[in-house]
Write a protein that binds this ligand. Structure first.
Ligand code: NAD
Length: 285
């Protein structure tokens, strides 16, 4: 069987290109510029790289940069104050608190302080509720990026047997909801699942977000399945995923690589959310 590699970098480029035009059209129509506030606390090197990439991408699209960098010893009260300032600032369309936060800060409280219409990461309790109820709202970036990748590859979702490995609030759980909204028959596999292989072998579409390097191989997947690898791990061989990519060549029908699969789409989905938040801001004003 020929395996089609889904080129996430190319799909993300296309999405960003059309977003550039949409941002320009928004600015012309409203006379306002969408703005993104990334909030970084402390000096975690990986977080610094992620935030830099998000800001760079926003800048390329014509989205204003309202970045805030706070010291590692910032108190919870001060951080909430900053979120409140950004929440009441009309120039800020979207707010993103980069996780993880330094010890002593409570991420759930901080995230939930972001108003739902500025929640570009889609991680507040309100956004999760809107998603669970299938009501319009801002969706988490990595899961919505996965849906975009499936659509771009022409992979049918409705009515298909889909298995999501992982149930985190960031990826697995919201992704299962999004797939359900697209009429898939969804099963979630997690760390307490018995006979996980029996379940993954049923999947016509298998999305792996367990955070365990090379967890899934040929024996875990049905021939002809579409396999989306969300995992990212640094290793001696460079970046690797949760899937043993080489084993699935000639076995899967479609597959995402790591790097160059889900990763680039996540940032494109964040940019899409920022424009959507700017539109919500206009509608609410
Ligand atoms: P997490 O650690 O929060 O969650 C992992 C989930 O996998 C848990 O729900 C757990 O129950 C489940 N799990 C653990 N072991 C399992 C097993 N043996 N079998 C089945 N399920 C198991 O991780 P996360 O934040 O959801 O991220 C998952 C992976 O995706 C990580 O490698 C992370 O780096 C990566 N990630 C990538 C992007 C991206 O943009 N590409 C974004 C977010 C996360």
């Amino acid at each position: 069987m020929h395996t089609t590699i889904i080129d996430g970098a190319a799909v993300a480029r296309d999405v960003l290109e059309s977003l550039t035009l949409e941002v320009a059209a928004f600015r012309e129509r409203t006379g306002r510029q969408p703005g993104l506030a990334t909030v970084l606390v402390g000096e975690d090197p990986a977080s610094e790289v992620y935030v830099r990439n998000k800001r760079r991408s926003a800048e390329r699209l014509g989205i204003a940069d309202h970045h805030r960098h706070l010291p590692a010893d910032t108190t919870q009260a001060r951080l909430l104050e900053v979120i409140d300032e950004l929440a009441s600032d009309d120039a800020v369309s979207g707010i993103l608190a980069q996780l993880p936060l330094p010890g002593g800060l409570d991420a759930t409280t901080v995230i939930d302080r972001i108003p739902w219409y500025k929640d570009v990461d889609g991680l507040t309790t309100t956004s999760a509720g809107l998603l669970a109820r299938a009501r319009p709202g801002l969706r988490p970036c990595t899961p919505s990026g996965v849906i975009t990748l499936l659509d771009s590859a022409g992979v049918e979702i409705a009515g298909r047997e889909v298995v999501v490995v992982g149930r985190s609030e960031l990826v697995g759980r919201p992704l299962a909801q999004l797939l359900l909204q697209r009429d898939a028959t969804v099963t979630t596999v997690h760390s307490r699942t018995r006979n996980a292989r029996e379940v993954t072998l049923r999947a016509e579409i298998l999305v792996v977000a367990a955070g365990i390097p090379h967890l899934i191989g040929r024996d875990d997947t049905r021939a002809g399945a579409t396999v989306i690898d969300v995992g990212i791990h640094r290793s001696a061989e460079g970046l690797i995923g949760d899937v043993r990519f080489e084993e699935l060549l000639g076995h899967a029908s479609h597959m995402t690589p790591v790097p160059g699969g889900v990763g680039p789409m996540t940032i494109a989905a964040l940019m899409r959310n920022t424009l959507q938040a700017a539109m919500l801001g206009e509608a609410i004003a």
